[in-house]
Design a protein around this ligand. Structure first.
Ligand code: GMT
Length: 375
């Protein structure tokens, strides 16, 4: 198939899923075109069957806001026409599915029928999309897609509750390419530079937005390190990072916390880790938790959004109520203080990750495309 992919090219989970999906489709022989304002972080431009088209937004002083949707829909018409694309896969309703609808209408005038597949990732629905400023446009974009997918059952329920939906919505979970994860015993996972042999390594990876509750991470870790020797690895940058750093200093644990910034070495960091913390306010799925599990790392998370579909209570980790840092710390310690228990949780985590393997999920997207093409 000839497929166009539109996504946010940043470190966020939707961009990661879109990029990994596109590269895997290309690897299977499909022709894949990424259309966005910047090269997606994990995109390998030299890979076979991969094309990248940059959307330029002209800076014009008359406009208070530069019209990205307009530039995107114009670029979509150009790329779809030139490369005879059959499917456009939009990651995020706003602005991508919205701009794609305009492109579809413009293409109709040229006698071209492009099929739109929209994947909702959560932020576009629960945090932004349902706001009165955008709601009508989001609802319209969903209802006018040829196929719609969401990343968890919980997100499907939210979408149906928040919007007036008159089209089918299929759940296709986030996925993971297990082959990309080094085994803990491999040489790459030598953690001696980061922690002493008796120290446990606890990790949090996010874009440090308030929805990720990185301050809760610090509170949880503070309680852990009082009970057992431990280090905290923090990966990612974002609006809360300064508050996080201040709190770490206030608590006097600066020598136990490593701020690693944005990193492309997430897999390596995870294979050093004994435990992953994800105390988010909400997660439509929680790709970070799945990435941790693929690296055999148990997860302490909240029980919000789609997280209970990924993290299994008392098996791959534990789930607590939002903000209950005492409970999360207690559960974390119960895993970390016992070598045998930790090993058991690690094995369970990996087993659960394999339920979301690339091999299982990729064909679901392919059949979605075929279904959309055949109407
Ligand atoms: O939450 C993020 O870090 C970014 C966000 C995004 O929109 O890129 O991630 C969302 O999509 C991911 C991929 O489907 C999900 O795994 C995340 O749970 C979801 N984030 C939220 O719902 C807050």
């Amino acid at each position: 198939m000839k497929i166009g992919i539109v996504c946010y090219p940043t470190f966020g989970g939707s961009g990661v899923i879109a990029t990994e999906l596109g590269m895997s489709l290309a690897d299977k022989g499909h022709e894949v075109h990424f259309i966005t304002y910047k090269r997606p972080v994990r995109l390998d431009l030299l890979a076979k069957n991969i094309h990248f088209h940059e959307v330029h937004v002209e800076e014009y002083p008359l406009f208070h806001f530069q019209p990205y949707e307009l530039a995107l829909s114009t670029k979509l018409v150009e790329v779809i026409t030139r490369y005879n694309l059959e499917i456009l896969h939009l990651h995020y309703a706003i602005p991508h599915a919205y701009a794609a609808y305009m492109a579809k209408e413009m293409l109709k005038e040229k006698g071209i029928d492009i099929k739109l597949v929209t994947t909702l990732h959560g932020t576009d629905i629960t945090l932004v999309g349902s706001h009165p400023t955008y709601k009508t446009a989001v609802e319209f974009s969903i209802n006018n897609s040829d196929a719609v997918t969401v990343v968890s059952n919980d997100l499907k329920e939210d979408t149906l509750r928040l919007f007036n939906i008159n089209t089918d919505i299929d759940v296709i979970y986030n996925f993971i390419d297990l082959k990309q994860y080094p085994k803990e015993t491999s040489i790459e996972c030598d953690r001696s530079a980061l922690a002493k042999s008796d120290e446990r390594i606890v990790t949090h990876i996010s874009n440090m937005r308030s929805v990720k509750r990185p301050l809760d991470v610090i509170e949880i870790f503070y309680r852990i390190q009082k009970k057992l020797p431990a280090k905290l690895l923090l990966v990612g940058e974002g609006p809360e990072i300064e508050k996080v750093e201040n709190r770490v200093k206030e608590l006097g644990i600066y020598d136990k916390v490593l701020f690693l910034g944005n990193s492309n070495d997430v897999k390596k960091v995870l294979c050093y880790s004994d435990l992953f913390l994800l105390p988010s306010m909400t997660e439509s799925f929680g790709l970070a938790a799945l990435e941790a599990m693929a690296a055999e790392t148990p997860v302490i998370s909240t029980n919000t959004g789609g997280l209970p579909e990924v993290n299994i209570q008392n098996n791959t980790g534990f789930l607590s109520n939002l903000g209950d840092v005492d409970d999360m710390a207690e559960k974390a310690i119960s895993i970390l203080e016992d070598d045998n228990r930790l090993l058991e949780f690690k094995k369970n985590a990996y087993k659960q990750a394999s339920n979301f393997s690339l091999e299982k999920i990729l064909p679901l997207y392919e059949s979605m495309y075929v279904k959309a093409i055949n109407g």
